[in-house]
Design a protein around this ligand. Structure first.
Ligand code: NAP
Length: 523
């Protein structure tokens, strides 16, 4: 594909005017063609007004029509797989296998939401029939369901250039709910973004959708990103990235005359608790699995285990085993220079803290974008006295906290901020002694993992990829799996409406044959 380096403003292309930037190959450090033109305020206005117009049409499309659209996007992404993989490997330094896997996941997510729409029950239709004879006051007929909110702005993730970017989970769930999407591309993989956006545009045309249903802008988050979030037409935001970035967008959204939700996925250290019996029975296997999870993708997963709490005899040898395995992991290029620098900065801060010991550090080439595994150690008392030891080091680094007993483990668990995941390695005997731990962790994390590892987020009905702040801005939902769709919807109730004016989902004869709650009973 002949990359143009310009934004997608509905069916048209942007002309820039706010500077330009290039992707940088993180392995070679070389800038790549073409230059990407950054857009300014005029383009923000243009995409928002197109999205507002598109919403009037798109919100009325049936679930089946939207499903055809989502499947068409997936098909077009499939068609462009070779171009995507070729550009993505160069822009991100990610290996080909990972790029293909992420492409598969992206298309799988789009098709999963398509199936959800075809089945139709996700709208959670509820009907309460009228009772005019009820005393002392008549009961009205009330019918409600989820409806789309309006245009959604999606900020692409640097660490998921496909699955959480242009046609990724946020976009798929917003489109599925009936909301037009405006994407703010990430500057670290603009070419990959352009190819995927081209696939979406082709699908828009093939399916006869309004051109404003999808736009994508290149430019600075602090300028056009903020303007998009503040624009009155925009009704919700999806974001994956840093805590500071997410917080800035939440603040901007809250300061609007009409505040809007920001579904931000931010920082987590995903604690792994290794209880004494499990350590005794299978310490070596846990150490191996842990290091695999820690170093996967150069540690650039939001579910990377940045904290391990070990209890029981032999925990020092266990920590040494982890350090020795991690020390053998080859360093590799991180996604971009900014991430590599942020990783080195976070390490420097953590390694100079009182009470933190360096157990292993894989050396990296000076000035490169490489990230090497790092294992640090601390005692629970030190960890509890310095909250900053629980800060994210985004990369393949972990802190092993040694806990003398159950009380120390519980205290560490209680001290933690909200997390995407919390993992426990235990035997049945352990659980008799450490039963309270699971209850504490349930309050802290969106997903609890038993005798496993947190990386690898299955896209399925039962998945929750969320958690209390600061893991996300709002722990009531998930950004992975079908339940993500309701993030971009709101409940609407129709009271005493004639059948002909109701959405099909709420009509008396249930023409779509979906599951509903009628007069308190699920049918
Ligand atoms: P980021 O800096 O938060 O940027 C993500 C997106 O948000 C970019 O499009 C960026 O635009 C925009 N943005 C950032 N700050 C903004 C602000 N104040 N106002 C408006 N828009 C803003 O994240 P990143 O570039 O992906 O990575 C940076 C660091 O974030 C990493 O080193 C890592 O520490 C952390 N991170 C964590 C996770 C996780 O899952 N926990 C994932 C990714 C990154 P611009 O590019 O134009 O600034």
């Amino acid at each position: 594909m002949d990359l143009q380096g310009t934004s997608f403003i509905g069916a048209g292309r942007g002309s820039g005017g706010a500077g330009e930037s290039r992707a940088v190959n993180p392995v070679s450090g070389e800038g790549m063609e073409p230059a990407y033109l950054a857009e300014g305020e005029e383009s923000v206005e243009a995409v928002c007004s197109l999205a507002a117009a598109a919403f009037l049409d798109f919100r009325e499309r049936s679930g089946v029509e939207k499903a055809v659209f989502l499947r068409a996007i997936a098909d077009e992404v499939d068609v462009l797989e070779e171009e995507i993989v070729s550009r993505m490997t160069t822009e991100t330094g990610l290996p080909e296998g990972r790029c293909r896997m992420e492409k598969g996941r992206t298309c799988g997510q789009l098709r999963l939401f398509a199936s959800l729409l075809e089945e139709g029950s996700w709208v959670d239709a509820r009907i309460d029939h009228a009772d005019p004879d009820r005393a002392p006051v008549a009961k009205p007929d009330c019918r409600s369901m989820w409806r789309p909110m309006g245009p959604v702005v999606v900020f692409c993730a640097s660490n998921f250039p496909l699955a959480y970017s242009v046609a990724g989970g946020d976009t798929a769930s917003a489109l599925a709910s009936g909301c037009p999407v405006i994407v703010k591309a990430h500057g670290s993989h603009p070419g990959t973004a352009e190819i995927v956006a081209t696939a979406v545009r082709i699908a828009v045309e093939k399916c006869g959708m309004h051109e404003g249903v999808f736009s994508m802008l290149y430019g600075s988050g602090r300028t056009i990103g903020q303007s998009l979030v503040r624009h009155p037409v925009v009704r919700a935001v999806g974001f994956t990235g840093s805590r500071n970035g997410g917080r800035a967008l939440m603040d901007a959204a809250a300061a609007r005359p009409e505040p809007i939700p920001v579904w931000a996925e931010m920082s987590a250290i995903n604690p792994v608790f290794v209880l004494p019996g499990a350590l005794r029975e299978r310490g070596d296997a846990i150490a191996e699995g842990f290091v695999g999870s820690l170093t996967l993708g150069v540690g650039q997963f939001c579910t990377n285990p940045g904290l391990l709490i070990a209890g029981g005899e032999g925990r020092s040898q266990f920590a040494e085993r982890i350090a020795s395995l991690a020390g053998e992991a080859a360093p590799a290029a991180m996604l971009h220079k900014g991430i590599a620098e942020a990783y080195q900065d976070a390490l420097k801060v953590m390694m100079t803290k009182e009470g933190v010991e360096t157990l292993a550090q894989v050396p990296v080439q000076d000035g490169s974008s490489q990230g090497g595994a790092v294992v640090l150690g601390a005692h629970a008392a030190g960890f509890l006295s310095d909250q900053s030891m629980a800060e994210e080091m985004f990369g393949p680094a972990t802190l092993i906290v040694s806990a003398d007993d159950e009380a120390a483990m519980l205290e560490v668990a209680e001290s933690l901020e909200g997390q995407l995941t919390a993992t426990v390695h235990a035997t049945e005997e352990d659980l008799e002694m450490f039963g309270k731990l699971i209850a504490v962790l349930e309050r802290k994390a969106g997903r609890l993992v038993y005798n496993g590892f947190p990386t690898g987020v299955e896209v399925c009905d039962g998945m929750v990829h969320g958690g209390p702040a600061p893991a996300t801005s709002d722990g009531r939902s998930t950004s992975v799996g079908p339940r993500a769709i309701t993030r971009f919807t709101r409940l609407v109730c129709w009271q005493d409406f004639p059948d002909s004016l109701l959405p099909p989902e709420l009509q008396e004869e249930n023409p779509l044959k979906i599951s509903r709650i009628v007069d308190g009973k699920r049918n």
